[in-house]
Design a binder for this molecule. Structure first.
Ligand SMILES: [Zn+2]
Length: 247
């Protein structure tokens, strides 16, 4: 709401005045600020897998785990633009400390770097190219490596628990999962759907579906455009947005 950002995984950007800097760099044009998870949600609701769904959770699973909500047919960024931060819902009460200051967060179990680190700690070894990314772990899982598979299953369980909690709280009927880790395809989605059956058990969340995002690497840009358009139309319910002098 103040036009600043404090991304958990970018310590050098605490309270960074992003709106002011962008406004200056663009000759004083109006600037609105929307988080990547919220932007991806706007894109998926406008043109992607959440189209036509009035209550949806969209997730970006990559270096971190972000997300956004559509509630009652509208993007729901919350008062400061941070609603939908599913990556920092605790799903492991005694879990490892998280960069956010919490403990046992979804992100700590499901982000690409943490998923790959867990595979390495449990004995998975990269191929001759030395690639230790989540994509390399996904390739190993696809080839039948049990440690790589287990690391994806653990990530999937964390995501499923977070998605089920969200569904119980605000009644969503679809969860759309994008980001680099989601590029693993069925290596992630098969255990995710399986785990959801364990966690999303109440009658009103049981029919929740989980699908891959379709807007891909364009999601952030498309969503930013959607948010800017909604703001011009006066329909953007969001935070701040930097307001740009009311032009
Ligand atoms: Zn956290």
């Amino acid at each position: 709401a103040r036009g600043t950002v404090s991304p958990v995984n970018v310590p050098g950007w605490r309270d960074y005045p992003l709106v002011e800097r962008v406004r200056r760099a663009t000759g004083g044009r109006p600037v609105i600020l929307v988080g990547d998870g919220v932007a991806m949600t706007a894109a998926e609701h406008w043109l992607g897998a959440a189209r036509g769904h009035d209550n949806a959770l969209c997730l970006v699973v990559s270096t971190g785990v972000g997300g956004g909500l559509v509630l009652d047919g509208r993007l729901h960024p919350g008062p400061t633009g941070n609603a939908g931060h599913i990556g920092h819902i605790a799903v492991d009460l005694d879990g490892e400390p998280c960069a956010c200051g919490g403990r046992g967060c979804v992100e700590r179990l499901a982000s690409g770097p943490h998923l790959a680190r867990r595979a390495l700690e449990n004995g998975w070894r990269p191929g001759p190219d030395g690639d230790v990314s989540a994509a390399a772990v996904a390739a190993a899982a696809r080839a039948g490596d049990p440690v790589a598979t287990a690391s994806f299953e653990r990530a999937a369980r964390a995501l499923a628990a977070g998605i089920a909690a969200t569904a119980a709280l605000v009644e969503i009927d679809i969860a759309v999962v994008g980001g680099g880790v989601a590029g693993a395809g069925e290596v992630l989605f098969a255990p995710l759907r399986r785990s959801l059956r364990d966690y999303a058990t109440l009658s009103f969340v049981r029919n929740l579906t989980v699908v891959p995002a379709v807007t891909g690497t364009d999601a952030g840009l498309l969503g930013a455009a959607a948010a800017a358009h909604a703001w011009r139309e006066g329909a953007y319910a969001g935070a701040n947005a930097g307001a740009g002098g009311g032009t």
